[in-house]
Design a protein around this ligand. Structure first.
Ligand SMILES: O=P(O)(O)OC[C@H]1O[C@](O)(CO)[C@@H](O)[C@@H]1O
Ligand SMILES: [Mn+2]
Length: 466
């Protein structure tokens, strides 16, 4: 039925001579298998079985709840579109819950063909009597596919196609964490007021604080909580010391090694930091605060943000979320927040901050395929002095979402993905972790069953260019 030829990992094209999978480049270690719901009882299994249908049910409720809005905006056509979207999502939920084969996308978007080619590639991985399916295929693939199908459902339902089914929960989570946001903005403004009097050690201490705030901000995603409110209500800053023991890999000194070069360099030296964003809401604010501090403390001269082109994993940041957040901060009746909002607007206007989007971030591909699938993005990241990958999903894509040994080196799990020095800042919400000291994973495993998925633990894990 399907050809047994060896295929490129992402496009289902036969492998070229340049691929790192070719027999001419033998690997001395075995590539671990992908996490998948086929492993009953695993977190992947539980996610596909319970959490993904739960998220889809919330999407259905949201679209239904907004019926009147669609009517007001588009008249009867809006109501027809709502019905169409609902029936699409109900069918999708049924496909997922009854483990139907993965279907090709039917919309006509710039990424449609890539997704369908990836499905062809997935077909080459299963036996000839099998088809890629929700409970059998790699978890990373099917979970990304769910969000792309939700997008398909909306795209096929004009005139409500532009509606972001997760916008309400994203905005709500921003408002819920307002107190924590104010505390963070006040901290930043105070810091900016004293930058000239800080010693190098002080600067190092301050940026370490904000890196940790950005790390723990990643606890607040709405996909792990099945779309339930998961916002930060208290100031994280005061809890950093208590949380320190939960950072399983702490490579902040290596980050300092990269960032302090800018401070030590001459006035013309340029340092570019890229942040591959994760969640909107409180986490995004922690990232903006960290990015602002990097400029103010003279650790970077430009920060480039990378966001999603479509609603993704419930709370991920789109361009709209990014602009909305900056605007909210500017407009709010709080002097610390509005000061932050104003200087962030200024940064964007002056080009010290640059926002990028690329459809690669909403593909199911492991990052080791980026150079081949999205060479333009890879080239862009190569211009960076440091790329920070926020969040759990980015970690899964960095490591391929595979059953690595806990002690496998990070650089090995990256499988030649080295556009620039990079660092993952992530709380653990999926059962993949590399680069631990011997015995640490086993000790945690024995003590806390859910240590890899509860978000209690985190890593700030660095890899230089190799
Ligand atoms: O927002 P983050 O940190 O990428 O987390 C999203 C995470 O939520 C989950 O989807 C839960 O399924 C994780 O497995 C996933 O990686
Ligand atoms: Mn996310």
């Amino acid at each position: 039925m399907y050809s047994r030829r060896r295929y490129s990992r992402h496009t289902a094209r036969p492998l070229t001579a340049h691929s790192d999978d070719t027999p001419s480049k033998p690997t001395r270690w075995r590539l671990p298998c992908s996490l998948s719901a086929k492993f009953e009882g695993s977190f992947a299994y539980y996610t596909v079985k319970d959490r993904m249908p739960q998220i889809l049910t919330k999407v259905i409720d949201t679209v239904h709840r907004n019926k009147n809005k669609f009517l007001e905006a588009h008249g009867e056509e809006g109501i027809e579109a709502e019905k169409k979207a609902l029936s699409f999502f109900s069918k999708l939920r049924n496909e997922m819950q009854t483990n139907k084969p993965i279907l090709p996308l039917t919309d006509e978007q710039p990424d449609t063909q890539i997704w369908n080619q990836y499905l062809d590639y997935q077909k080459t991985l299963v036996g000839s009597d099998e088809e890629p399916s929700w409970f059998r295929s790699p978890w990373l693939y099917v979970e990304c596919y769910l969000y792309r199908r939700i997008q398909e459902g909306m795209l096929l339902s004009p005139p409500i196609s532009e509606y972001d089914v997760f916008r309400d929960v994203k905005n709500e989570s921003f408002f819920q964490s307002q107190q924590a946001v104010v505390a963070l903005c006040a901290h930043l403004q105070e810091l900016k007021g004293k930058t000239n009097s800080l010693s190098s050690d002080d600067v190092r201490g301050e940026i370490y604080k904000l890196l940790q705030v950005s790390l723990w901000g990643n606890k607040c995603d709405l996909s792990i909580s099945g779309g339930q409110d998961n916002s930060q209500r208290s100031s994280v800053l005061s809890s950093l010391d208590d949380f320190r023991e939960f950072i399983l890999v702490d490579d902040m000194n290596s980050l300092w090694g990269v960032l302090s070069k800018n401070r030590d360099g001459n006035a013309e030296s340029r340092t570019r930091v890229d942040i591959v964003l994760d969640n909107a809401g409180f986490e995004l604010v922690t990232d903006l605060v960290m990015a602002d501090a990097m400029l103010s403390l003279n650790l970077a001269t430009e920060v480039h943000f990378h966001g999603k082109v479509m609603p993704w994993f419930v709370s991920d940041t789109t361009k709209h979320d990014f602009d909305w957040t900056v605007q909210q901060c500017t407009a709010v009746n709080n002097k610390w927040m509005s000061k932050c909002g104003q200087s962030w607007k200024e940064n964007l206007k002056k080009g010290r901050w640059v926002y990028h989007q690329h459809l690669f971030w909403t593909l199911p591909h492991e990052f080791c395929t980026m150079a081949e699938v999205a060479p333009d993005l890879y080239t862009e990241l190569q211009k960076s002095d440091l790329v920070l990958f926020k969040g759990d999903l980015n970690y899964r894509k960095l490591t391929g979402d595979r059953k690595w040994d806990f002690t496998a080196p990070f650089s090995q799990a990256l499988r030649s993905f080295h556009p620039a020095p990079l660092c993952s800042i992530r709380t653990l919400k999926a059962d993949v972790q590399v680069g631990l000291q011997a015995g640490v994973g086993e000790r945690l495993m024995a003590a806390e069953v859910d240590w890899m998925t509860s978000g209690k633990y985190g890593v700030i894990q660095f890899s230089p260019v190799v």
